[in-house]
Design a protein around this ligand. Structure first.
Ligand SMILES: [Zn+2]
Length: 127
């Protein structure tokens, strides 16, 4: 962990024993070196959480909009994609929920398509 040093001013990763940032030229103090790893971990946690949450939200929206051709399907697909990415990160609770909702969504979607085809094929026969 001692090699993971980040410039406090611009966030550029610093290598080895550098005491100056190669990007913005600011000197790296001892406090910055000790403080950086905690910030780094927090940023990863927030990132993974937001992707999983986005996947969950899109999956729910996609579930309600799946009856709208193309628009609903794109939102549903993005929900599945973001949830799938989110599952490989922590915390993964919402990502798994998003995946399950997306899979329920595809079952409903296939049912609607079959129903729609049935109505579409049945209509000419009724008149
Ligand atoms: Zn810098």
């Amino acid at each position: 962990m001692s090699n993971h040093r980040v410039c406090q001013r611009c966030g550029t990763a610093l290598s080895g024993a550098n005491t100056f940032c190669g990007r913005c030229g600011s000197s790296v103090s001892g406090s910055a070196v000790n403080y950086a790893p905690n910030v780094y971990v927090q940023q990863i946690a927030q990132k993974s959480n937001s992707i999983g949450t986005a996947g969950f939200v899109l999956a729910v929206i996609g579930l309600f909009l799946s009856w709208i051709p193309f628009l609903g399907w794109i939102i549903w697909f993005l929900g599945l994609l973001f949830s799938f990415i989110g599952v490989f990160r922590t915390p993964r609770g919402l990502s798994i929920a998003g995946l399950i909702i997306s899979l329920i969504g595809i079952v409903i979607l296939v049912g609607i398509i079959i129903l729609g085809l049935g109505i579409g094929l049945g209509m000419p026969l009724m008149y």
